[in-house]
Design a protein around this ligand. Structure first.
Ligand code: NAD
Ligand code: DAU
Length: 349
């Protein structure tokens, strides 16, 4: 049985990728390696954790020795690397965690893969990255795979650095790598520090919705299951050494997005139209706040035939419905209860 290592599988996107692979490929052994930082939540995988082709390892990718030992033991055939510190605001207040996990952690995985893949035939190291490495756009233009890197936050600089190192290992050591850079994801199981789940959570509790600056910054939103489907496709069909941009062709200013979200929340919570919007509160802007991200994903569409499946309105409605019908998931995070899941569900086994 081939073994695929997925790092960061207890996080938002990682949990969708793990679920997709465990269900779709019962003949593959899917090993989820995650440190379970504040962002890791094994309850995200409650519906697949008992599948016979799924296994969880609690480990820190910054610990080089532990990572090498795990690679020697498991002899992985491929790696899909999502583990990262992912929140821009946290990178502004505490950049070092981002340097350790996103840069050193990635190099540790590259070294461990290099060590066990003496013959790289049929192997694959797939590095998941972000559109933020390309910097910030003005009012026009789109990020292409050939756009020069210009990261502007500690988070994006750490991701850009890891992308460069992955490419360097391909060129120097012929490690079989592939990279994708994706735009903003939204959907179920997203940690409520990010704009959409944070706003849903605040609206349901009648708390202010903090909008940075004037809310004029633009992001290109993609439904997380469409990101997972792109990852599945690139993992299986992408060419070695190539980079693929993934995006929703779906740009919104933050304020327009939040107004749309408020309308959906009013409807779902049976509140008078305009009620949730009253919670919008403009707050101090994020330091160095990038104005606009927008992805050109035509390479992925033309070469591999990928298409996002959901229109934004439908995706947003599904997302709101999910958070409202999974209030205990959210409450377990806000109370800190979710961090006991590993001890109660896994340590007793
Ligand atoms: P997330 O913060 O929800 O999850 C990150 C996961 O990594 C968590 O489970 C955490 O416990 C784990 N982790 C963190 N440090 C670790 C370490 N040292 N060792 C092992 N595990 C560790 O992140 P996400 O939003 O799901 O993003 C996943 C990946 O996708 C990241 O690489 C991110 O840069 C990239 N990405 C995210 C988006 C987005 O919109 N969220 C868009 C494009 C790319
Ligand atoms: O573009 C891809 C990136 O998208 C990923 O690489 C990151 O991991 C992911 O976190 C996301 O980064 P952003 O900074 O764009 O996401 P966030 O949800 O933090 O913010 C979205 C926009 O909303 C951004 O312009 C900042 C703004 N914002 C955010 C928060 C948390 C607010 O106005 N208020 C808020 O409270």
């Amino acid at each position: 049985m081939k073994s695929i290592l997925i790092t960061g599988g207890a996080g938002f996107i990682g949990s969708h990728v793990v679920r997709c692979f465990v269900r779709k490929y019962p003949h593959l052994r899917i090993v989820n390696l995650d440190k379970l930082t504040y962002a890791g939540n094994l309850a995200n995988l409650f519906d697949v954790e008992k599948e016979p082709n799924y296994e969880f390892i609690k480990a820190d990718i910054v610990d080089a020795e532990a990572i090498s030992e795990i690679f020697r033991q498991y002899q992985f055939d491929a790696v899909i690397h999502l583990a990262a510190e992912s929140h821009v605001d946290r990178s502004i207040s505490n950049p070092m965690e981002f340097i350790f996990t996103n840069i050193v952690g990635t190099v540790n995985l590259l070294n461990a893969a290099r060590e066990i893949w003496q013959n790289p035939e049929g192997k694959r190291f797939y590095h998941i990255s972000t559109d933020e490495v390309y910097g910030s756009l003005g009012e026009t233009g789109l990020f292409l795979e050939s756009t020069a890197y210009d990261p502007r936050s500690p988070y994006s600089a750490s991701k850009a650095s890891s992308d460069h190192l992955v490419r360097a290992y391909h060129h120097t050591y012929k490690l079989p790598v592939v990279i994708s850079n994706c735009s903003n994801n939204y959907g179920s199981f997203q940690f409520p520090e990010k704009l959409i789940p944070l706003s849903i959570n605040n609206i349901r509790q009648n708390k202010p919705i903090p909008i940075y600056g004037k809310g004029e910054n633009i992001r290109d939103w993609l439904y997380v299951e469409d990101h997972a489907s792109a990852i599945d496709l690139i993992f299986h069909e992408g060419k070695d050494g190539e980079t693929y941009n993934i995006g929703g062709n779906n740009e919104w200013t933050n304020i327009h997005l939040i107004r749309a979200l408020c309308r959906v929340m009013d409807k779902k919570l049976d509140r008078p139209t305009g009620d949730s919007e009253k919670l919008i509160t403009f707050v101090k802007d994020r330091a160095g706040h990038d104005l606009r991200y927008a992805i050109d994903s035509s390479k992925l569409q033309k070469e591999l035939g990928w298409q996002p499946s959901l229109q934004f309105e439908e995706g947003l409605e599904k997302t709101v419905e999910w958070y409202l019908s999974n209030e205990s998931w959210m409450n377990n995070i806000t109370s800190g209860e979710y961090q006991k899941y590993y001890d109660t569900q896994y340590n007793k086994r």
